[in-house]
Design a protein around this ligand. Sequence first.
Ligand code: ADP
Ligand code: MG
Length: 177
Amino acid sequence: MNSFMEECLILLKPDCIEKSCIGEIISRIERTGLTIAKMRMVHVSPDLISEHYPDDPSWLKTVGLKKIQKFQAKGRVLKEDSLSIGKKVRASLIHYFSGKQVIVIVVKGTNAIACMRKIAGNTEPFTAEPGTIRGDYSTDSYEVADSLDRPIQNAIHVSDSPESSQREMEIWFSKHS
Ligand code: ADP
Ligand code: MG
């Protein structure tokens, strides 16, 4: 045990299951040297996914800001504010996941969260680096997601901090199991 040891909550999202790439993504996780500590398949209810993607203004604004900055980089100015973008994305995530299956995994090891976020890649697969999971297993973009009125399909969720990983593990492995 070292002080950099972390647990990271991963979801293989419905689009990953539909494309039959569960095995390949698990192999990529194992290749890093991180260990799979827990794994289960879960049928997602609206309550469960609403807890996972919290109705928290600070998280919602971060989600919105990411889109605003991506569009700014392309020379496009969005009129909507970050909070209202975040709220729309959350509603669309709840609608998309509800009634579908996900694979929930806890990955354990040194620097697990940062390493998992590195191999997962950018939120938007279209601009994610080749060689990352999102860059290799999807070509989706903000524009495509908007045009189809659904969330960006990017195969995998990875916790973004030790605190969110702890919170997410309680949701997926304690309360509802
Ligand atoms: P990440 O999964 O990279 O941590 P976020 O936490 O910001 O990304 O967003 C959660 C999920 O919501 C993303 O993985 C993606 O599926 C979806 N998403 C985020 N922003 C948008 C957006 N502007 N439009 C559509 N879907 C989005
Ligand atoms: Mg996130």
